[in-house]
Design a protein around this ligand. Structure first.
Ligand code: GLY
Length: 590
């Protein structure tokens, strides 16, 4: 068995964290005046000005990370299905054609605008910790985090939520039969799909983790190596599992043949998921977290995701700055983005967790008054060192890799889904006889306070492991509404960068009047407090980077961040775009 390869990018000691937390006082809420927001600029779309152009459709649109799945979604819409029917079909299809992130063995979130009632709903089908999970399960005898245990072993697997989530959405808001929306996925699994260069590269990068298990190797390997571009990925066991779900519903996954196989896989390799864990898994309908940004309403995923809370918190800080005057990706704009991001990520580490287990101060964190208090720490020029930031004091408690897709139908329903196995191909473990890859979502818990997870994110007490608890997520399926109707439907994969990628898509559309294609194509920046580094994509002007370095930022040009799938609703129809950072994505409509 090859050694476990960890992608934990760096290690930060608890001592450094506590030093950071001990510095810099915070202001009290009473001192903070509420700043008047700067209005959004009047946006005029000009085709002569735009370099990138979105896809147009009048009656319905799907934007997803794999073209075959996009086509299946559009087919459902053409047959008269609504956005939820299409979303469930795409969810099952991606489990076949995008095996690194699409899944049956993982979990995720769906944001939905129901045009009939005008309501926005957040559906939570995040994985849960098994009943036998415990707080220190990833620590070795010396109390250190054991490398790889929360990523590539059976202990890394959370109780999957995707199948229950898809079935729940279809029953509640869909119009089609489960068997009909799953049928195209069964065909693709049975007949096989051609491996793209992107998928081949991902399998090659993950070959040690995929190659460790016979059940996985027999699907993704040929002649002792991962499948190459142009070869066919055939998934007979997965086709059978999908057929069983089509026939018997989610019961076969949680209390039937598929569940029995998952439990057997766990028992054989020291995993913790038992029959009762599957039987008791529950999806949750939640009220989205919402805020106002320059006259638009933003609704996004509440805890156990941190995404919506921090997108709104950062937008609340940014609202006081005339970013459109400062200019897209100017040093001044990036400075305000980075400083606001840092303050929000410091709060993430302290306050965010599963609301079923900890009290998360959502109202406080997303209030305009708290944003005013935080914004007083932002100097127009000086960079606040990460060590000088500690989590703020919001109003007391009131009560990489992943995939995203967006869908709008002709009736005005909008669906944004982000779901995941966590890292690419999750734990790399296929439950024998099912064809189903299992997640490694348990790594999103904080294994030990102060020790970063695979995304370099620090966690605290609020995100400690407890049986039945959902690990904290950054996934942020988001709707931006204008006059109560969806205007932008968006989201992204990218681990810790999901929040800042989605945020910049909104800012690009609202502040800079960009169409969906331009908003996706422009370079992104990211700061997550710790590490104290301003991460940038290539394409920013060297002059701008010089200014930022002189200001004191540790600027690091690294691989691309996020892969958005965005649909914008305009008076004359739907305009969407799949992030060019993944060549396999496609937006289509009719
Ligand atoms: N597994 C990544 C996230 O949920 O944020």
């Amino acid at each position: 068995m090859p050694p476990i390869v960890s992608r934990r990018p760096f290690s930060l000691s608890a001592l450094t964290l506590s030093l950071a937390l001990a510095l810099s006082p915070t202001l009290s809420l009473a001192e903070a005046p509420v700043a008047a927001p700067v209005a959004a600029p009047v946006v005029k779309y000009d085709y002569d000005q735009d370099i990138f152009h979105p896809v147009y459709a009048k009656n319905g649109m799907v934007a997803a990370e794999q073209e075959l799945a996009t086509r299946i979604g559009v087919e459902m819409l053409k047959r008269g299905g609504n956005a939820v029917d299409a979303a469930v079909a795409v969810g099952f299809a991606l489990a076949v054609v995008l095996p690194n992130a699409g899944n049956l063995g993982g979990g995720g979130f769906m944001m939905l605008h129901d045009a009939k009632t005008g309501q926005d709903v957040a559906l939570d089908f995040r994985e849960t910790a098994p009943a036998r999970a415990s707080r220190d399960m990833y620590l070795d005898d010396k109390g250190n985090v054991a490398e790889g245990r929360s990523l590539y072993t059976h202990l890394a697997v959370g109780v999957p939520g995707t199948v229950a989530g898809m079935e729940h959405a279809l029953k509640r808001w869909g119009t089609m039969k489960l068997a009909d929306v799953i049928a195209p996925a069964i065909k693709l699994a049975e007949q096989g799909v051609v491996v793209s260069p992107t998928l081949a590269q991902m399998m090659d990068v993950e070959k040690d983790n995929l190659g460790r298990w016979d059940s996985t190797r027999s699907i993704f390997f040929k002649d002792g190596r991962p499948l190459k571009a142009g070869e066919r990925l055939v998934q007979k066991d997965l086709a059978r599992s999908l057929r069983l779900i089509a026939r018997h519903g989610s019961k076969v996954f949680y209390q039937g043949e598929i569940g029995d196989k998952i439990v057997a896989e766990m028992a054989q390799h020291g995993g913790l998921i038992g029959k009762d864990d599957l039987k008791h898994y529950k999806v949750a309908e939640r009220a989205p977290v919402s805020g106002e940004y320059r006259g638009y309403k933003v609704v996004s995923m509440p805890p156990p995701s941190s995404g919506g809370v921090h997108i709104i918190q950062i937008l609340n800080m940014l609202e006081r700055y005339p970013l459109s005057q400062y200019g897209l990706n100017s040093a001044q704009t990036i400075h305000y983005l980075a400083e606001s991001m840092k303050l929000a990520y410091a709060d993430r580490a302290e306050y965010l967790g599963d609301p079923g287990f900890v009290k998360v101060p959502v109202k406080g964190l997303t209030s305009k008054r708290y944003a005013d208090e935080l914004a007083q720490k932002i100097d127009p020029v000086k960079v606040l060192p990460a060590a000088a930031i500690k989590p703020g004091k919001p109003q007391p408690y009131e009560s990489d890799q992943t995939t995203h897709y967006s869908i709008v139908d002709g009736k005005g329903n909008a669906v944004a889904v982000t779901y995941t196995l966590n890292l690419n191909f999750g734990s790399g473990i296929v439950a024998r006889g099912t064809g189903i890859l299992l997640n490694d979502e348990m790594d999103d818990f904080s294994a030990k306070p102060g020790v970063p997870n695979a995304y370099g994110l620090i966690g605290g007490e609020a995100n400690a492991i407890q049986p039945g608890k959902r690990p904290l997520s950054s996934m942020s399926p988001t709707l931006v509404l204008k006059n109560g109707k969806p205007w932008l439907v968006t989201g992204s994969p990218g681990g810790a960068r999901i929040i800042t990628t989605t945020l910049q898509t909104i800012v690009n559309a609202v502040d800079f009047g960009m169409n969906a294609a331009e908003a996706a194509s422009t370079p992104r920046v990211h700061h997550q407090w710790l590490p104290d580094e301003l991460r940038v994509e290539k394409g920013l002007s060297p002059d701008t980077l010089q200014i930022l370095k002189r200001q004191g930022y540790q600027v690091a040009e690294k691989p691309t961040m996020g892969r958005t799938q965005t649909i914008q609703v305009r008076d004359d129809g739907l305009y969407g775009y799949s992030d060019p950072r993944n060549p396999d994505g496609a937006t289509a409509g009719f």
